[in-house]
Design a protein around this ligand. Structure first.
Ligand SMILES: Cc1cc2nc3c(=O)[nH]c(=O)nc-3n(C[C@H](O)[C@H](O)[C@H](O)COP(=O)(O)OP(=O)(O)OC[C@H]3O[C@@H](n4cnc5c(N)ncnc54)[C@H](O)[C@@H]3O)c2cc1C
Length: 529
């Protein structure tokens, strides 16, 4: 017998060595010094405890398990009941409800509208930042509900009817809002919408048409666009209208926990918001806020990727040395970390402009930073996942989900090109936007010669073909704001690495920081114990 045990010991293959331990539990907020500092800097000090509380739950095995389950058990559409009645119900895993309930009870969908004190949008951004790291799909209805209020207020009667429910922090008695703009023939070009709105005679309209994308069809209300007699107009419709039909759910690359659908409207009752024929102007009030959330969501994804990458590298050795101590890995991690910190700083600064009477900066900076941070997110996610080697390619690590989810914010609410062109248009139509943006960048003038040179180049820029060059122009503006924020507020090594790697010697891929930057200090800061 002892012989058999000895043979077994010799042939055993199940020793587990050199694998990083699970990162959970960790407080997602406390581990993120850049977020904590930004929250305080941008007038959100009063919300620190709330965000910390959300951060603690976000980093528990329980939250992780709910997220994994909601992703694995994808939503299913049931169009009919057993007797053949049309029901159009979306079945959702209980974990989806757990995740969404947490967001609603923490007021991520409503805080600034319920409690409009200075810093409310910033505190809410902090909460959004933390909870997005648990599951980004669930933040879609949260974001749309937060964003609908400014548009809804254009119709005081509708606001009086719906705002109390939409801003209630109760999963049972509250309400959620979605948005249905995109049609088969065009999403960016919403003026090509074909859905029709006929006056019903009682002040309401009957809407007939289709929408090619409509996320979270279980919402209580939706804003939609349709062609009324005076042109494209914005309407509120209710999800339980018998004419609201869900055709099918989309089989998507990512955000698989979130049901996104195609819908048809068969004489759905719509109530006008804003003026007839001015629908785009009205729905843009919503879109500006969802764009802010795209920015926050992408910054949050970067942050999650950095936390996983640094944790892994601190706990994994190769060639006799811990990964985090190997110079080239330090370069990659530091580069990812400064990108993430720059995105966090920008997201929180832009969120503050929603608290202030700062419309010129707000509109322009939202468009610039939405374009840039969302565009950077996918490359960042891929590189962060590679830091985990083969483990990063395996579902259990969560990194494949990060990679799959990362392109969405760039497509949604103005795809890359459309977002960049929107910035160009804004420079012409809202002439105070660009100067307000540049004034913020100039606040750091004199503190770093590389930023000074970049600002000089920006001022001297005279594009020969602005539309063709739009991505380059907007990207240059975005890194100017990020550099300005970091130079003024971040520790020296972070600001220096950003200016070196983004302004002076921009790298082709992550991990191209030039020699001389204090990458160890950047990585040390990136994941506080
Ligand atoms: C997961 C998911 C959820 C979604 N949920 C919703 C939702 O809830 N409600 C909703 O209304 N929509 C939703 N959408 C739709 C989304 O908003 C659109 O897909 C997006 O606006 C792009 O529109 P499109 O798909 O028609 O692409 P198009 O408008 O056809 O654009 C195709 C490409 O052309 C580029 N392009 C367009 N115009 C120009 C131009 N002038 N110059 C240069 N390039 C240009 C775009 O940047 C893009 O790269 C969702 C999409 C996804 C993927």
């Amino acid at each position: 017998m002892w012989q058999a045990v000895a043979v077994l010991a010799q042939t055993s293959t199940h020793d587990v060595a050199n694998q990083a331990p699970p990162i959970v539990p960790y407080n997602v907020f406390d581990a993120d010094l850049a977020l904590g500092e930004a929250l305080e800097r941008e007038s959100g000090t009063w919300g620190v405890d709330r965000v910390r509380d959300a951060g603690e739950l976000a980093g528990t095995p329980e939250a992780l398990a709910h997220s994994e389950r909601a992703e694995a058990n994808e939503p299913r559409l049931r169009t009919h009941d057993r007797y053949g009645h049309r029901i159009d119900e979306v079945e959702l895993d209980p974990s989806w409800h757990w995740l969404l309930r947490q967001a609603v009870e923490r007021e991520i969908h409503c805080l600034p509208w319920r409690d409009p004190r200075p810093g409310a949008h910033v505190v809410r951004a902090g909460l959004m930042f933390v909870w997005s790291q648990v599951n980004s799909g669930v933040m879609c209805p949260v974001s749309m509900t937060y964003s609908v209020i400014p548009a809804l207020r254009e119709n005081p009667d509708l606001a009086a009817e719906w705002e109390p429910r939409l801003t209630r922090p109760s999963y049972e008695d509250g309400a959620l809002s979605g948005m249905a703009m995109t049609e088969k023939q065009g999403g960016s070009d919403v003026r090509a919408n074909t859905s029709r709105a006929e006056p019903a005679g009682d002040g309401a309209y009957e809407i007939t048409g289709h929408k090619w994308f409509c996320s979270y069809p279980p919402c209580d209300v939706f804003l939609t666009l349709a062609q009324a007699p005076a042109g494209l107009s914005c309407f509120l419709i209710e999800g339980d209208d018998p004419g609201f039909r869900i055709q099918r759910l989309k089989d998507k690359l990512g955000t698989r926990s979130l049901p996104s659908s195609e819908v048809e409207f068969h004489g759905v009752r719509g109530r006008l918001i804003g003026e007839e024929g001015r629908g785009v102007r009205t729905i843009l009030r919503m879109v500006n806020h969802t764009r802010l959330d795209c920015l926050i969501g992408s910054a949050a994804g970067m942050r999650w990727g950095v936390a996983q990458a640094v944790h892994h590298a601190r706990n994994r050795s190769a060639f006799g040395r811990v990964l985090v101590e190997q110079p080239l890995m330090t370069n990659v991690l530091a580069d990812l970390a400064v990108e993430s910190e720059a995105a966090t700083a920008a997201a929180m600064r832009v969120a503050r402009s929603y608290d202030e009477d700062d419309a010129a900066f707000r509109r322009f900076a939202t468009a610039v930073m939405k374009y840039w941070v969302c565009k950077r997110a996918s490359q960042h996610a891929l590189e962060a996942s590679e830091c985990l080697g083969g483990n990063g390619y395996v579902e259990e690590s969560g990194m494949p989900r990060l990679v799959r989810d990362s392109p969405l914010n760039s497509i949604w609410e103005g795809s890359g090109n459309v977002a960049a062109l929107d910035v160009l248009r804004a420079t012409l139509r809202e002439p105070e936007g660009l100067p307000a943006f540049l004034a913020e960048c100039e606040l750091a003038r004199g503190a770093d010669h590389r930023l000074d040179a970049h600002l000089d180049r920006l001022a001297a820029r005279a594009p020969t073909d602005p539309e063709f060059e739009a991505r380059r122009l907007v990207g240059d503006l975005a890194v100017a704001l990020q550099a300005s924020l970091l130079v003024r507020n971040a520790p020296g090594p972070v600001a220096d690495a950003f200016c070196a790697g983004r302004l002076a010697e921009p790298g082709r891929v992550f991990g191209n920081l030039p020699a001389g930057v204090d990458a160890d200090a950047v990585v040390e800061r990136a994941l506080a114990a």
